[in-house]
Design a protein around this ligand. Structure first.
Ligand SMILES: Nc1ncnc2c1ncn2[C@@H]1O[C@H](COP(=O)(O)OP(=O)(O)OP(=O)(O)O)[C@@H](O)[C@H]1O
Length: 311
């Protein structure tokens, strides 16, 4: 659990972050969202002390972050940034293994960990282990950046606009990967984004920042249904509210018997992603699977009816 208590950062007497308090549960994703200059990155960087707070405190599993030397703290906290920050002259394996090497892990343990992570990110180790960053696509570089941040199984992973540089199609895929991997590893993630869509899609909880203050900290459903301020309402927008709401429900809610062709979607897929899949592939229904077995289908009509009922 991460406990942030009245943390403040002043620059020339102006508060970039103003007395923010929040508690983050272990094994969850928290998305910090806000417009440019609202203090998101500063808040994130005060957690691993890349920025020293002017006042307030952070405790990770009960331990104040000031009890540890900064370099020890940072080895325990993964940090991934936009543009990945890979070492260009090191191979993928060496990049991912950087922190475990610092921690003195054995060669074999590092190699196993690198391969495990590459597999998790759908990058076959034998194909990618020895490549250099320049020999990867933008999306692959980004995945290696995230794999590197996860390599030592940190208590906490901080991500600053990790998908900001990706084009929208790859981005959706990257978000889905991150969510799957986070669930698999049980990691605790705090992620900064300026995109409310991404925050709602990824966050178990969403923290909305405005001018240095935390204006709402709640589940995506609450943020959408009951925005705390006009600013939050504006960020959520009203235009495709049903679509946003669809992203909150899994396919399992609408499964029925009947035929459907094409690739099956796991029952935990959101109705929104299923809607995209139907429209993208021109199907009127998609098969739904649980543990790899098809358990039924969900029709486009059923998803549309649900969207209408949410208006
Ligand atoms: N080192 C610094 N010195 C002075 N002011 C700073 C410094 N770092 C940040 N600020 C100011 O603090 C405020 C918050 O900055 P921060 O980078 O945390 O915002 P952000 O929400 O992450 O914005 P963006 O999405 O544009 O990165 C801004 O007004 C910024 O100009």
């Amino acid at each position: 659990m991460i406990e942030i208590d009245k943390i403040t950062k002043l620059y020339d007497e102006r508060a970039a972050v103003d007395a923010v308090s929040m508690t983050v549960e272990t094994g969850t994703i928290t998305a910090i969202v806000g417009t440019s200059g609202s203090g998101k990155s500063t808040l994130l960087r005060m957690i691993n002390r890349l920025v020293e707070p002017s006042s307030g405190s952070v405790r990770i599993n009960g331990e104040p972050t000031t009890d540890l030397a900064k370099h020890i703290l940072r080895r325990r906290i993964g940090y991934a940034i936009q543009g990945h920050g890979l070492f260009p002259h090191h191979t993928v394996a060496r990049n991912i293994g950087a922190v475990p090497r610092l921690l003195g892990w054995s060669k074999e343990k590092i190699r196993n960990r690198v391969d495990e992570l590459l597999n998790l990110f759908s990058m076959p180790p034998e194909e990618f282990r020895n490549r250099f960053p320049a020999e990867l696509s933008g999306g692959q570089q980004q995945r290696v950046g995230v794999a590197r941040a996860l390599a030592s199984r940190p208590d906490l992973l901080l991500m600053d606009e990790p998908f900001g540089a990706l084009d929208p199609i790859i981005r959706t895929r990257a978000q889905a990967d991150l969510k799957r991997i986070q669930r698999t590893l049980g990691s605790t993630i705090l992620l900064v984004t300026h995109d409310m869509e991404e925050a709602i899609h990824l966050g178990d909880r969403v923290a909305v920042m405005d001018a240095g203050r935390l204006v709402q900290y709640a589940t995506p459903a609450e943020i959408i249904a009951r925005p705390a301020t006009d600013f939050v309402a504006e960020m959520v927008g009203g235009v495709d509210r049903p679509l946003r709401l669809l992203s909150l429900f899994p396919l399992s809610e609408l499964v029925e018997e009947g035929p459907a062709s094409g690739e099956a979607l796991p029952e935990r897929t959101s109705l929104r992603d299923a809607l995209s899949a139907c429209l993208w592939s021109g199907r009127a229904a998609v098969p739904v699977s649980r543990d790899g077995q098809v358990i039924g289908r969900v029709t486009l009509d059923a998803i549309r009816a649900r969207a209408e009922s949410l208006q």
